[in-house]
Design a protein. Structure first.
Ligand code: TTP
Ligand code: MG
Length: 366
């Protein structure tokens, strides 16, 4: 029997907006001669001696298999006719702000996730429009009329499903998932589409012959929770109640796990700290953040909880460093013979990673 309450809040109206091929689309808008050509945002490998990566590319270039994060060299090999543009990040940021101004006409409950993507809670909105679908259409229309750009929108009752929906029919798509349709929508989705499920988890799930949302429901509940966390258990059931948070500034990156079976052995505890350290390092690297403070959290069988931190001389996002410090902090804790029921590792005192080229940035850090 599950001891957790499963409350599914379906009362909210959430929109997720994501611009289509954002940097490339802005370039195509500004230079009509690019129309119909494959366009890649990234340094031209012929001019850099082969260095550099692709920030993004238009849909024409995607037909050749080019995608974000691919080396420019490989992109050139796949699509020699492509136009390479180094890109103008501050310009894209300005356009991102113009888009955000459009969102603000409808609601102040806007949570930007990156330069071209945001969640909006339009349950109550400034225009008093009941239908979230109508609001989404109006936003798409405004962005097209005023900025000559297309975006894709997802409309649902939570952020998790709204994001999946916006990705469902790109470009210029609008996908609505009603509460009664959510289960079927999720069941058909491949698990690699589930936002928040990392590559490693996808591999482990594939090893268990789990490929779709429907397969996730076949895993015994406690096994799913134990191995992949309560969050995925809930998402598989269309439950994700996290609110749309305007002006959210990420201050820390953490990973923690609760264990169904208490941990007593030091090696087991350290192995779990290592797993948490790896997740933290991966997330920091993905989000281009570094931090100077590493915190570990230990909860014992009697629910007493300890948090201990260590401050480094230099900020890091390096897995080996985070792991080593987490183990060192653990070694310095007073001996405690009770079993461990929860372990967490957090990287905090975050700042933006320096020296990056053209890449994703948090709008909210502006
Ligand atoms: P995305 O929304 O991931 O991609 P996109 O808008 O180009 O294409 P899609 O239609 O599939 O949404 O990212 C938004 C912008 O962020 C993108 O235009 C360029 C930048 N970006 C990078 O610089 N590096 C990356 O690895 C990714 C994924 C994006
Ligand atoms: Mg996009």
């Amino acid at each position: 029997m599950l001891e957790f309450p499963l409350i599914n809040d379906t009362s909210r109206k959430i929109i997720h907006i994501d611009m289509d091929a954002f940097f490339a689309q802005v370039e195509m808008r500004d230079d009509p001669s690019l129309k119909d050509k494959p366009v890649i945002i990234g340094h031209d490998p012929r001019k850099t001696g082969g260095r550099g990566v692709v920030s993004t590319c238009n849909y024409e270039a995607r037909k050749y298999g080019v995608h974000s994060a691919m080396s420019s060299k490989e992109a050139y090999e796949r699509c020699p006719n492509a136009v390479f543009i180094s890109g103008n990040y501050s310009h894209y940021r300005e356009v991102g702000m113009q888009i955000r101004e459009i969102f603000k006409r409808y609601t102040d409950l806007v949570e930007p996730m990156s330069i071209d993507e945001a969640y909006l809670d339009v349950t109550i909105n400034k225009l008093g429009i009941k239908s979230a679908v109508k609001v989404a259409k109006l936003i798409q229309y405004d962005i097209w009329q005023e900025l000559h750009l297309t975006c894709s929108a997802g409309v649902s009752y939570n952020k998790f499903i709204a994001k999946l929906a916006s990705d469902f029919q790109k470009p210029a798509g609008l996908t609505v998932v009603l509460p009664e349709e959510a289960q079927e929508f999720l069941e058909k989705l491949p698990i690699e589409k589930f936002h928040g499920v990392g590559k490693k988890s996808v591999e482990r799930l594939h090893d268990m012959e789990i490929y779709t949302g429907a397969d996730l429901l076949k895993i015994p509940e406690m096994t799913l929770i134990d191995r992949f966390g309560f969050d995925l258990f809930r998402k598989a059931r269309g439950i994700s109640n996290s609110p749309v948070r305007p002006n959210r500034v990420r201050k820390s990156i953490g990973s923690e796990r609760t264990y169904g079976k208490l941990l007593y052995n030091e090696d087991d505890i350290k192995a779990e700290l290592t797993k948490n350290a790896r997740r933290v390092a991966e997330s920091a690297q993905k989000n281009k953040k570094v931090g100077r403070i590493i915190v570990i959290k230990v909860r014992y069988s009697d629910f007493s909880t300890l948090t201990k931190r260590m401050t480094l001389d230099k900020s890091t996002q390096d897995f080996d460093t985070i792991e080593r410090i987490a183990h060192t902090i653990f070694d310095q804790l007073e001996e405690n013979s009770s079993g461990v029921r929860l372990l967490g590792v957090t990287l905090t005192g975050l700042e933006d990673q320096e020296g990056r080229q053209l890449d994703l940035d948090d709008l909210e850090s502006l």
